[in-house]
Design a protein around this ligand. Structure first.
Ligand SMILES: CC(=O)SCCNC(=O)CCNC(=O)[C@H](O)C(C)(C)COP(=O)(O)OP(=O)(O)OC[C@H]1O[C@@H](n2cnc3c(N)ncnc32)[C@H](O)[C@@H]1OP(=O)(O)O
Ligand SMILES: O=C([O-])CC(=O)C(=O)O
Length: 425
């Protein structure tokens, strides 16, 4: 078992929260008292967002109007589209989101009439459209070709297990259309749908994202897995990006600045950026045997293996168990489904050699990939979801605020004699 180093505020209780618990008994996770297993099995991302931001699960009427509110909020303002189009095509997608978020804050600032929850809803609904507008625009497909017809070619090839294992809505009118195996034929760079043609009566953040990405309604299983991943990524106590957002909130800064802080902090590879780094790792191997040998080599060279380890969990990351099962399911229909076996081979070595378990980022990478999501969108998808947790913490911080400003132990030089500028080396 790897030994924890001192520093990094490890183990320090830096405040209190009523939003989530992480790592009870080494592996537990709850959002406002509900277990992550229940939320991922029975709930949707919209219910989770409502729970985190408003403090209770919505009843059926509240959920219906919440979905409608998010659907209405998901249409990009023209000015924001133009701003996104001006950003370079090779900009980092997380910077695109920081710019988009900050620009939205200048157009729709926080006022007494626009509550923090309203701002959060708008941002949850617009983050995917912002990213995908910028993405398609720079691939020459942005402004409205008619969406391609739904491709039902793979219908006969779809094993029933895909439907059985997914906790899907039997009454979903899209269900009959969504027959293509997950991610098998996805061609994200060529797709471009007219955002207005989306079926807003059946809006979900997950379904809308996949529609805008691929230019057609996604298959039910893909929407379900995407939705589960949003539930899993939504909240995690005082992780680095949430803590950073709380620090910004504690200075009495505005909502969009707090979120932009969170985005910038999430980007790094030790935090949210790890899911993209995992993809780089697993695609560098052709076979599970190669993956085993390559992982051992990297460990011998003292390299970090992305997607493993955690600051708080000591036994396992419960979110990983959930997304791992979904990744395995999707792998059965994916052209490069061997990436799942490669991932398992890496996990085996990490457990054996380091006593380390996969965190949420590890199997999320292959799951997104099997859905046809391009790798640079993995961490931005994390943003869409984590906006809910960040918002809950911003609200909580503001309710009982005190400037977050710890002390530092000074370890620099003392009693330096003043040297005139011309006499300095
Ligand atoms: C959603 C999320 O944000 S989850 C986190 C995503 N990040 C990653 O997956 C990046 C890879 N993982 C890591 O870097 C770390 O495990 C972190 C950042 C998640 C946690 O860091 P810490 O709590 O500081 O772990 P810490 O450094 O104490 O780890 C103890 C030992 O295990 C080793 N270790 C921890 N994680 C890994 C890893 N992924 N690969 C190899 N060794 C590792 C450390 O190098 C250290 O060994 P050392 O004492 O010989 O230097
Ligand atoms: O809690 C952490 O340090 C990182 C993490 O898993 C998360 O933010 O989801």
């Amino acid at each position: 078992m790897a030994v924890k180093k001192p520093g990094g505020l490890a183990g320090i209780e830096a405040g209190s929260t009523a939003i989530s618990t992480v790592g009870k008994d080494g592996r537990g996770l709850t959002y406002r008292g509900y277990s992550i297993e229940d939320l991922a099995e029975h709930g949707s991302f919209e219910e989770t967002a409502y729970l985190l931001i408003r403090g209770k699960l919505p009843n059926i009427d509240e959920l219906t109007s919440y979905r409608r509110k998010l659907a209405d909020a998901s249409v990009l303002p023209e000015t924001l589209k133009r701003i996104l189009e001006l950003l370079p095509s090779d900009a980092h997608p997380m910077e695109v989101l920081q710019v988009g978020c900050t620009a939205l804050g200048t157009m729709e600032p926080e006022t007494a009439a626009r509550t923090t929850a309203d701002l959060a809803d708008r941002l949850i609904a617009l983050t995917g459209p912002m990213l995908l507008h910028w993405y398609h625009y720079h691939r020459g497909a942005a402004r409205a070709e008619p969406p391609p017809a739904v491709d039902a070619a793979g219908a006969d090839a779809q094993p029933s297990a895909l439907v059985i294992t997914a906790d899907t809505d039997e009454d979903d009118p899209q269900a009959d259309e969504q027959q293509t195996p997950a991610g098998v034929s996805a061609s994200p760079t060529s797709a471009s749908a007219d955002p207005q043609d989306y079926d807003f009566d059946n809006y979900s953040v997950a379904g809308h994202f996949l529609y805008l990405l691929h230019g057609r309604h996604a298959e039910r299983a893909a929407i379900r897995v995407f939705d589960v991943s949003l539930v899993l990524y939504a909240e995690h106590e005082f992780n680095a990006s949430t803590f950073a957002a709380r620090v910004t909130a504690s200075t009495l800064s505005n909502y969009h600045s707090c979120i932009a802080t969170g985005i910038g902090t999430l980007r790094g590879n030790l935090h949210g950026g790890a899911n993209e780094a995992v993809m780089e790792l697993i695609t560098s191997f052709e076979t599970p045997e190669e993956a085993e040998a390559g992982t051992r080599e990297r460990l011998t060279a003292k390299q970090l293996i992305m997607g493993f380890g955690h600051r708080v969990y000591t036994v396992s990351d419960p979110r990983s168990d959930i997304i791992k099962k979904w990744s395995e399911t999707l792998s059965l229909w994916a052209q490069d489904g061997q990436l799942y076996a490669i991932s398992e081979a890496i996990e085996g070595v990490m457990r054996q050699e380091k006593g380390l378990f996969p965190n949420l980022d590890f199997y999320s990478a292959s799951a997104y990939h099997f859905m046809g999501v391009p790798t640079p969108m993995f961490t931005p998808i994390f943003v869409i979801s984590r906006i809910t947790g960040w918002t809950a913490h911003i609200i909580e911080q503001r309710l009982n605020n005190r400037l977050i400003r710890p002390s530092a132990a000074y370890i620099g030089p003392d009693n330096q004699p003043w040297v005139d500028v011309h006499a300095r080396f």
